[in-house]
Design a protein around this ligand. Structure first.
Ligand code: HEC
Ligand code: HEC
Ligand code: HEC
Ligand code: HEC
Length: 468
């Protein structure tokens, strides 16, 4: 937990007063807290990221929360001004989870990736959240250089949805990109009630076989061969072992958010990964030999915290989008509310604060004075209380049977805003009296106080601040 000063005070002042005498609303300009430079002069910089998952801005939970397209735009501009050319790619999952509230944000991220001039983009399973037809429409509209060698759109003819590979020439070197999506990444939508009616309109071929078919031909027409691989570390290792000729693998699909600092070397190939939620952007400095092949690499992982300044043009686009999106969300919300199912079999599983309060008066009094009791207002004051990327940790039982649904604001959900008793102790219908209800609560903190949302969290010092 950190003292919430600086930006927060300025932000609070401008929200409350909004007057002309406000202190400047941006933090003092800081230099990029960039990772160390390569010990030699790079010939090219391969800039890569994966799993943005519709997080187009940092959550703002903490001053050091990382991410956002505005900082990414600044970093890219900065790197592109340097002498070694930049090749920019993504390992996929730029779209978010399959719920109606994420669709507009996902497509906004896609549009911005077009503006940021990516050279190659792989496909992740989340990019299919709204059906292949939605992804294809965005790829066309925003001219996204998407490649995927095993995503089949026409089951009968075997026709691929996107080109299997592409070659980008920069500074005289030809970079060949292949996209691959592992079938084992298929995720279930977080909550069926949120999933749009998109039918599965594609199939996936075996990625190793697809690579074996295209690598030899691409190898002959490029100097550096890069696979945008949306798969696990193990699958990527298997891939490079079975398919000779791959120089670099940019991994996507990392739900836990574990970027790889030092590239893993398997045979002659390097495996890199910068994830997730837009928090990290990798910069692989490459030194080439006289045949323009990869001679040496040095990885720089940019953790996109507040020391990376915002790009004013991108910030303006984000603000315009948010204004537009607020209208879309309101409309969707109204529709969902009308369609809501009142026969929820789990209704009553979470009892709500009022029930706990009726027997545990002392605990309630302590709780009422903590920020947990105002966590939802924090979001609603920024108009992000319907954002499924945010509500999870600012309400009770989100994504759980009978918990806050974020959609249905009648009945249970209206009573489950904020981080209530049951957010830590678990659903009240299971009220244990054997100490396990207490134990569940001790384990609960790190579900929300993650290293990104609260880097300094420590139970021993933080629990006493709210102890009851
Ligand atoms: C469901 C998610 C969630 C869980 C579980 C959770 N927290 Fe929090 N916590 C939050 C959020 C969100 C905030 C910030 C609320 C705000 O200001 O909007 C917060 C704020 C806090 C604060 C600042 C409180 C204040 O009044 O200054 C402390 C301390 C804290 N949490 C400790 C804990 C501890 C200890 C646990 C486990 C016993 C825990 N939290 C469990 C989400 C959670
Ligand atoms: C993984 C859990 C998690 C998610 C998801 C999350 N938050 Fe938070 N949020 C927290 C925690 C924990 C805190 C308290 C951090 C601290 O005290 O340092 C917090 C605090 C905040 C605060 C500061 C409140 C204050 O008054 O100091 C803001 C603002 C905030 N969150 C906004 C957001 C937004 C916007 C999103 C969505 C983009 C979001 N949060 C998503 C866990 C989360
Ligand atoms: C931020 C998470 C969190 C929230 C919110 C929370 N509790 Fe707790 N509660 C805990 C933890 C952790 C413990 C155990 C602490 C310990 O014993 O070290 C605990 C202990 C308790 C105990 C047992 C005390 C004892 O002496 O054994 C009761 C009763 C209790 N909580 C009731 C409530 C009620 C009622 C609410 C809502 C008004 C609430 N709690 C809200 C985390 C939470
Ligand atoms: C009908 C009264 C009643 C209601 C309602 C109630 N409790 Fe309790 N609770 C008790 C009693 C009695 C005990 C056991 C004696 C004690 O510790 O006070 C207890 C114990 C606990 C304990 C410690 C037990 C353990 O095994 O760790 C926690 C935590 C707790 N309650 C939380 C809650 C929460 C959260 C709610 C709301 C969902 C809630 N209680 C609702 C009466 C109630």
């Amino acid at each position: 937990m950190r003292a919430w000063t600086g930006i927060a005070l300025v932000l609070a002042a401008s929200l409350v007063l909004g007057g002309a005498d406000d202190p400047p609303s941006t933090p003092p300009a800081t230099t990029l807290s960039a990772p160390p430079e390569a010990p030699w002069k790079p010939d090219v910089r391969l800039v890569y990221e994966s799993d943005t998952r519709a997080y187009y801005r940092p959550c703002g939970c903490n001053l050091s929360s990382a991410g956002g397209l505005s900082r990414r735009a600044t970093l890219l501009e900065n790197l592109r001004e340097q002498s070694a050319p930049v090749v920019l790619c993504s390992g996929g999952d730029f779209y978010g989870t399959a719920d109606v509230f994420n669709e507009a944000k996902s497509r906004f991220v896609a549009r911005m990736m077009g503006l940021l001039e990516y050279d190659a983009i792989g496909v992740g399973e989340m990019d299919l959240s709204f059906g292949l037809s939605t992804l294809s429409a965005d790829v066309r509209s925003f001219e996204l250089p998407v490649v995927c060698a095993n995503l089949v759109s026409q089951v009968d003819t075997g026709e691929l949805a996107f080109p299997p590979h592409r070659v980008v020439t920069r500074g005289g070197t030809r970079y060949g990109f292949i996209g691959l999506l592992s079938p084992s990444t298929q995720l279930q939508p977080m909550d069926k009630a949120h999933a749009p009616a998109a039918t599965v309109d594609y199939t996936l071929k075996d990625p190793v076989e697809a690579a074996q078919a295209v690598v030899p031909e691409l190898r002959a027409s490029c100097d550096v061969l890069i696979v945008l691989a949306h798969m696990s570390d193990t699958d990527a290792t298997k891939l490079v072992e079975r398919v000779p000729g791959i120089d670099l693998v940019v991994l996507g699909h990392d739900p836990q958010g574990n970027p790889i600092g030092v590239p893993t070397k398997v045979g002659g190939a390097y495996i890199v990964r910068a994830t997730s939620k837009g928090q990290n952007v990798g910069e692989l400095c490459i030194r080439q030999d006289d045949r323009r092949h990869v001679a040496e690499v040095f990885n720089r992982m940019h953790h996109m915290d507040a020391s990376y300044p915002d790009d004013p043009a991108m910030t303006a686009r984000i603000e315009a989008f948010e204004e537009e999106n607020a209208k879309i969300q309101k409309e969707l919300f109204a529709r969902q509310q009308l369609a809501s199912d009142t026969n929820d079999p789990y209704a009553g599983r979470y009892l709500g604060l009022g029930t706990c309060q009726s027997c545990h008066v002392e605990e309630f009094e302590v709780y009422a004075n903590t920020r947990h009791a105002r966590a939802y207002a924090t979001l609603s004051s920024q108009f992000v209380h319907r954002d499924t990327n945010c509500v999870g940790c600012h309400v009770t039982g989100f994504g759980e049977a009978g918990g806050f649904s974020g959609v249905r604001m009648r009945g249970a959900s209206v009573d489950l805003i904020d981080v209530q008793c049951e957010a830590c102790h678990g659903p009240g219908r299971d009220h244990a009296r054997d100490g396990s209800y207490r134990e569940t609560a001790i384990q609960s903190c790190v579900r929300c106080h993650t290293p990104n949302d609260d880097p300094d969290f420590d139970f021993a010092t933080d629990w006493p601040k709210i102890a009851h």
